[in-house]
Every structure is written in C-alpha cells, then in structure tokens.
Design a binder for this molecule. Sequence first.
Ligand SMILES: Nc1nc2c(ncn2[C@@H]2O[C@H](COP(=O)(O)OP(=O)(O)OP(=O)(O)O)[C@@H](O)[C@H]2O)c(=O)[nH]1
Ligand SMILES: [Mg+2]
Length: 228
Amino acid sequence: MKIIGIIPAYNEEKRIRATAEACLPFVDELIVIDDGSADNTFMAAKSIPRVYAIRHTINRGQGAALRTGTHAALHLTADIIVHIDADGQHDPSQIPDLTHVIKSNQADVVFGSRFLGQEPKGMPLSRRALLLAGRWFNTFAQGIPKTISDPQSGFRALNRKAAVQINFKQDRMAHASEILKLVTRSKLRWMEVPVTVTYTADSLNKGQKNTDALKIAWQLLLGIFTKS
Ligand SMILES: Nc1nc2c(ncn2[C@@H]2O[C@H](COP(=O)(O)OP(=O)(O)OP(=O)(O)O)[C@@H](O)[C@H]2O)c(=O)[nH]1
Ligand SMILES: [Mg+2]
C-alpha cells in the first residue's frame, strides 16, 4: 500500500527539513505544501531529496493546504494519506501507529489523539482548558461524538476511499473539527490512537494563540449556517 505524507507548512523554513527527513522513512512519498510563506519554506522544502514541494502563492490556511496536498496525493495514487504538521510537534516515528490500523483494515480514518491514555507533556493549562471547551463545542454545536478525545489534532491518516469522500471546505484551522464531523457522520470506520505532542518555547511562540479558538468556533458556526 502506497503511503503518502502531506505536510502543510507556513513560515517553517527553520523546521521543515528536520520534520520532512524524520517522516521519509515512514512514507513512500512526501508532499510539502508551502502555504504562501513569507520566508524560504518553499526553497527549503524543494531542496530535500524525495520531497514534492507545492507552493500556494498566497496564504490560504492549513485546511486549504491539506486540500491541495490531498489532490496531489490522490493523483500520485496514494492508498493511505497521512497529515502531519511541519513544526516538529508531532513525532513522525508514530506514523506507523496510524497507518497500521488502516493497513490491517480496522478503520478507514485514524485520528492521532494527544489525550488518549496520557497527559500531553508541556501543553499549557490554558490550551488544555480550551481543547476541553473545544470538545464540548464539537459535541453540542457540531454533533461530534463526545468520545472523541482530541478536537483539534493535525496528525491523522485516511485511506483513499475516505480521502476521496471527505470533502472538507474549511480553509483555516476549523478544518480539524469539520473533518471529525464529516467522518463521524459518514459510514467510514474511524478510530483514535494515542500520539505525543511536544511544546517548546519556539512552538508556543509561533503556534496558535488562545484567542484563535474563537475564530475556529466562528468559522464552524458560519459553516453550519452556510451548510458547508
Ligand atoms: N498557523 C498557520 N499554520 C499553517 C497555515 N498554513 C499551514 N500551516 C501549518 O499548519 C501546521 C499547524 O500550525 P500551528 O500554527 O502550529 O497550529 P497547531 O499545531 O494546531 O497549534 P499549536 O499547538 O499552537 O502549535 C504547521 O505545520 C503550519 O506550518 C496557516 O495559514 N497558519
Ligand atoms: Mg503547531
């Protein structure tokens, strides 16, 4: 089965090489989507052997970058597509934990969860509280099962059938909840598996701000009213 990794990257010139090189042993092909970065992410990605680099000329958001990557991966005849962040917070050596579930036909979609059976090390308390609120929001406003332990993980794997079927529309960070909603409402089989996440001073400095949670909630509510 051909496994293709997709890495959405925005202003990740310092991190993309290490992340991509750590992913390569666990995938057959790797696609980096530079999402209109202001830095040299694209050239950095392009210079890595065995990596396909695609560039958005303007910044469109992580969801849009993943959609671009999905089209490319399907074109490259992927059987399994893995989404993983560029910033080094995910552990690429855990890719097989996700792909194994699909290879062994236990699920069509596998979500990496930072909370399943573990405490996410280094995650600030405020972020935990927001993610808990995100779980409630997902359940009450989106109808997503409350058993889903991580409302906003960017580490997931889909088989080809699911990647074709799950037509998510959110361009920015709300795509994570939208994908959960579309998958859990479909007949696709899904599963969560534990994954670790690393928070460093660098990732906290450049990552999401707590106020971004409000933007995500707003984008999801708009999505409900526009039936996306
Ligand atoms: N912030 C942001 N990230 C993007 C965008 N497009 C692609 N990405 C990539 O999406 C991934 C996740 O972005 P982060 O801002 O780290 O979001 P996060 O990991 O959910 O949040 P943190 O836990 O705060 O790091 C990274 O690999 C980014 O480079 C964009 O428009 N904005
Ligand atoms: Mg991050």
